[in-house]
Design a protein around this ligand. Structure first.
Ligand code: ZN
Length: 59
């Protein structure tokens, strides 16, 4: 499934190219990639995949 987010340059919802999950130091996961239209760097706050969440566990 394609990952999409809002690009502030295109002022439209665009497909994130080269989308990848990145985990921040505070354990939050984001999707990072580039706008498929203008090539701008995009970051989308993401809900972690379920398998990922299970590995992290809960407090
Ligand atoms: Zn764009």
């Amino acid at each position: 499934m394609e990952k999409m987010t809002y690009c502030t340059k295109c002022k439209d919802t665009v497909v994130i190219s080269n989308a990848k999950y990145t985990r921040l130091a505070n354990n939050r996961a984001i999707i990072e990639g580039f706008c498929s239209r203008c090539g701008d760097h995009l970051i989308k706050a993401s809900i972690m995949p379920k398998s990922f969440t299970l590995k992290v566990g809960r407090k």
